[in-house]
Design a protein. Structure first.
Length: 256
């Protein structure tokens, strides 16, 4: 068992009388690829928003690397080593692919825009940018304007920008959302390679081929509460999971 990087204790948030997340106690271990599954409306993205700081909890607390971050801003969490992608693509549409990633690298290196300095002078930044483009399989598109990329390519670009911040923990909210089935293997390949590094990944995903290929641990949440967690084979056979998804019966993949 690796070091616990993220720990939530009785975490919850309410919107009026509705408890979107309730009594959520989780441990995310270092170098363990964890996938969070649950029906639509189960609270998966809300949980991500709480962990990343986009939402403030109304109960419980969050620890990251042994530090209480419950009250910290999203920016402070990023500085501590937390990265986050979203269901909707978030890139600079009028910049090139290269410029998008380079700006993210410059942000990490605290290099601001300087009107009289040529960007080519920053050799380290340029090298990191090229490496990241290779990692997300976009080297051949580096001079394309981001808005001219396909949806899948924009998802890969967003991932490259998040990786530029060198997060220790990467939260991915449905990175294959909107992708055609035949495009999913490319994203699986990219994430499998990232998994080999020291980046701990937490994934929300609906495509079971991706979940089965990559996941070391599954966490099932229903109605804002944790139902069960464990390795994929054990979880997929658990009676409560079968009941929650299929009303009992044989399960080959959990359709979330």
């Amino acid at each position: 068992m690796g070091e616990v990087l993220i720990k939530t204790e009785s975490l919850g948030i309410s919107f009026g009388a509705h408890k979107a997340v309730s009594n959520m106690s989780l441990e995310i271990e270092e170098n363990v690829f964890t996938t969070i599954l649950g029906p639509n409306g189960a609270g998966k993205t809300t949980l991500f928003n709480l962990i990343s700081g986009l939402l403030k909890s109304t109960e419980g607390k969050i620890n990251f690397k042994g530090t209480d971050i419950t009250s910290l801003s999203p920016v402070d969490r990023i500085k501590m080593g937390m990265g986050r992608s979203f269901q909707l693509t978030n890139v600079f549409p009028n910049l090139t692919v290269y410029e998008n990633v380079r700006l993210a690298v410059q942000s990490k290196e605290n290099i601001g825009y300087k009107i009289f300095v040529d960007h080519r002078n920053y050799e380290n930044v340029n090298e990191q940018t090229e490496e990241l483009l290779q990692k997300v399989l976009l080297s051949d598109k580096k001079n394309f304007i981001a808005s001219n990329l396909s949806h899948t390519e924009q998802r890969k670009l967003e991932l490259g920008m998040v990786l530029a911040l060198e997060p220790e923990v990467l939260l991915l909210d449905e990175p294959t959302a909107g992708m055609a089935i035949e495009e999913v293997p490319t994203m699986i390949e990219i994430l499998a390679n990232i998994k080999k590094t020291n980046t701990t990944i937490i994934l929300i995903e609906h495509k079971m081929d991706m979940v089965k290929t990559l996941s070391d641990k599954l966490i099932i949440i229903v109605n804002g509460m944790k139902l069960i967690e464990g390795d994929p084979e054990t979880v997929s056979k658990h009676p409560e999971v079968l009941k929650a998804y299929l009303g009992g019966g044989v399960i080959d993949g959990i359709n979330t």
